[in-house]
Design a protein around this ligand. Structure first.
Ligand SMILES: *Cc1c(COP(=O)(O)O)cnc(C)c1O
Ligand SMILES: [Zn+2]
Length: 387
């Protein structure tokens, strides 16, 4: 058996949909989640079966939505290393800090996981052309997987994004359109041509499968820690597929009974002070987030003024006893320099923001020195050159 997927379900209103047809959002406007027959699966598969499998996220194929193996479009994504911190952790007194290094993915960021799943499942359901707005990394990943699948890809990107991001998309043969403004403006510009040409929308959480790819980060962490979970995980958060995917994976792992002495990790969302809609909503005790006015940060993946999954991000944070925190540009730049100098890792600024946040939280005693901490290094620093 490959996939144990049974259907799609709305986490807000509970409506169900077929996973054999194309769907974007629920009729109520919420993202949709893939559901699996976890009871049947737990009777057939145990964590011990997973050790000798393919070195990519496809080792978790039963928990992924693609039904026929020939529809899998893979560049060997996932299976990224967990690297022990050499100096940043010890310097701030943390006993156990590990980096999940997502820069090892195809196109250099964790976006590969999500777009690999979105493109593979879209292909299974007969899609020929996809489109998405992007802050940079999602566009490159979508373009790469679309090229490999023989699909056409239309990318809408803010015009001030560093040029390597658009060059990369064009190299993969994508149709790239530069838009004045932010990712929200790029999304608005996309609507008319998308409807006119019936492109399939693979925007963050507007189709159900990018989050399925992202959830494999948490499955890998569990396996890499011998089926234990860390106490705290930090996620640089923009659209929220990373943190929502991890939260969903935790629920599935709990139901499967694969984790020893299951305890929900505290999920921490990190945003930039110049664009922190989730942090503001978290601090106000709100269930949804209002759009951030005049977003300003060069952590491009965090420059998301409005996230469609805001209510799911906030639920993931609160139900896991986590929190949301914002960091300024200067602390992020410092942390980025420090990661290169102290760890030998030239990381994306979004990930550096998470390091800056962690230092703040340990300093305030909110993350304790004895806690096991995993920090998501979401991407490589190589594409972020301004020229
Ligand atoms: C997209 C992106 C993020 C934000 O991830 P979400 O899943 O959208 O919250 C963080 N870091 C990098 C490098 C990214 O490309
Ligand atoms: Zn609904």
């Amino acid at each position: 058996m490959n996939s144990y997927i049974t259907h799609l379900e709305c986490p807000r209103c509970g409506l169900q949909y077929s996973s054999d047809e194309l769907h974007n959002l629920c009729s109520c406007g919420s993202p949709l989640f893939a559901r699996y027959d976890l009871d049947a699966m737990s009777k057939v598969i145990s964590p011990d079966d997973l050790g000798y499998r393919v070195h990519s996220l496809w080792r978790f194929k039963e928990l992924l939505p693609v039904k026929r193996p020939e529809n899998i479009i893979s560049l060997s994504e996932g299976f990224t290393p967990v690297i022990q911190s050499q100096r940043i952790g010890p310097d701030i007194g943390l006993e156990s800090l590990h980096f999940k290094d997502e820069s090892n993915n195809p196109t250099g960021s964790f976006k590969a996981r999500g777009l690999c799943l979105a493109v593979s499942k879209a292909r299974e359901l007969g899609v020929r052309e996809i489109c998405l707005p992007t802050a940079g990394n999602a566009g490159g990943a979508a373009a790469a997987y679309a090229a490999r699948a023989g699909m056409k890809c239309h990318v809408f990107m803010p015009s001030d994004t560093p040029s390597l991001f658009s060059e990369e998309c064009r190299a993969f043969g994508a149709d790239v359109r530069m838009v004045d403004g932010f990712i929200t403006d790029a999304a608005r510009q996309m609507q008319e041509p998308m409807r006119e040409h019936s492109w399939f929308d693979v925007s963050t959480l507007k189709e159900p499968y990018r989050v399925e790819g992202k959830k494999t980060i948490l499955l890998e962490i569990a396996q890499q820690m011998n089926w234990h979970l860390p106490d705290v995980i930090l996620f640089p958060t923009g659209g929220g597929t990373g943190i929502v995917g991890a939260w969903k994976a935790c629920q599935e792992l709990k139901q499967l009974g694969w984790v020893k002495r299951f305890k929900m990790p505290r999920l921490i969302a990190v945003q930039a002070a110049g664009c922190a809609p989730i942090v503001r909503a978290y601090e106000q005790g709100a269930d949804t987030a209002t759009e951030w006015e005049h977003p300003q940060t060069t952590s491009w993946g965090l420059r998301v003024p409005k996230a469609i999954a805001d209510f799911l991000i906030l639920r993931a944070i609160r139900e896991s006893n986590g929190l949301a925190i914002a960091v300024d540009e200067e602390s992020t730049a410092q942390a980025r320099t420090e990661a290169a100098a102290k760890e030998g890792m030239w990381i994306a600024p979004e990930a550096a923001a998470a390091i800056a946040a962690l230092k703040d939280l340990v300093g305030k005693g909110i993350v304790k020195q004895r806690e096991n901490v995993v920090l998501l290094v979401t991407g490589s620093g190589l594409k972020y050159v301004q020229n």
